[in-house]
Design a protein around this ligand. Sequence first.
Ligand code: BES
Ligand code: MN
Ligand code: MN
Length: 467
Amino acid sequence: MSEVTGTLDEVMKQIDEQFDQSVERLSDLLRIESVSTDPAHDQQTAECAEFCAEMLRSIGFEAEAVATTGHPMVVAEHPGADPDAPCVLYYGHYDVQPADPIELWDHAAFDPVVIDSELGRRIVARGAVDDKGQVMTFIEAFRAFKEAHGSLPCRVKVLLEGEEESGSPSLDPFLEANTDRLAADVCVVSDTGMWDIKTPAITTMLRGMVYVEVTVHGPSSDLHSGMYGGAVVNPINELARLLAKIHDDSGRVQFPGFYDRVESITEEVKAQWEGLGFDDAAFLGAIGLTHGQGETDYSTLERTWCRPTCDVNGIFGGYTGKGAKTVIAAHASAKLSCRLVADQDPQEILQSIQDFFESHLHPDCRIEFESHGCNPAIAVPTDSSWLLAARKALTDVFDREALLIGTGGSIPAVGSIRELLGIDSLLVGFGLDDDNVHAPNEKFELTCLHNGIRSHAAMLAAFAGIR
Ligand code: BES
Ligand code: MN
Ligand code: MN
């Protein structure tokens, strides 16, 4: 143990001394516009994969950007110093969300700036925290180990995806075709958040997702609303009527069987969450609200961490230009997503959404569905030696106990890695609730970046002791 502690001190020193260069390297990564959803950025997304592979090669990894039918996967491997130590797979994503609406950014989204804030310095750019800054927390920890000791204490593999923000279409076939190459004892993911800037957290529950686009078709062409209005079905009105049926007055989703596989959390978990002291007023106040909404009889943490939802994410159709145009449009569409929990089966839920809309649809309408991805909810075992080792390492770095939390977000890869590689993921993230993830002025506190790098160094050293 004393050897490991001594070893780690030198690594930590290296991390602290190199921190400005770490920020520089992150800035270089953030300048690459790797927006995976937009084909106009395909070239830069490919460049970003190559940049990540090169960065890993520069610290002794064998690394490659592997072509897929979509964006490349970055795959890398380092043998480590000890052949008996565990093999740890690190997963992250190098793609980012589009920067729109760009007019709401204070600085250009892909020209990172470091600015002062009440919490210290922060770096602002698209991808700062989701997920480039968090990917750098483990890569910079590897670099510090390499520079302090010439190697890593565990065998390490890295998988960086370029399609996480667009539904991970290439991931499952890639995992299926590369099970040996990616085989490991555990997977570590940094793509979630902390409890607050001083308190580290391990996320043990992720929600899953079903995303579907629905289009209601009515009359065979657009119509004059004076000549036809009142006598024929209006697809926009019809779509709005259907969407309004999704929830009842107590906030419960009405798709048949939606709650069949939803289990309530144990009294123990409930008590643990209550003990976290979540501040509802602050949560709502930070986004200009006071009341909140959702299923009656559930707390905010339950509503976001362990209850399923259905939200409309977009709605379009008809005349949306300037001024007035009296028209009944022939079609109307909405994009909607359900966050799933526990054992809800994404395919069953998708079917039940379709059945629900079909069964309530006006006889003069036809409805079409296009699925944009499905993934199940995840619960990570809370008693594994990996989690205990990570928790202790985090507690040492922050001098504060690491909390076990849930999150409302989804990371499809975690389910795929469980199913296809047969290993659990440890979700240790360093984001904060106010980081503006997916929004204008996305940022990452440099304190979180720094503590994230230190945490990964401490966790890697701790994993080396697990036999
Ligand atoms: N990093 C997020 C997931 C996340 C968000 C975790 C907030 C914890 C807190 C990830 O990049 C993401 O945005 N996931 C999408 C998944 C979707 C595209 C299938 C999400 O949750 O909407
Ligand atoms: Mn992410
Ligand atoms: Mn994201």
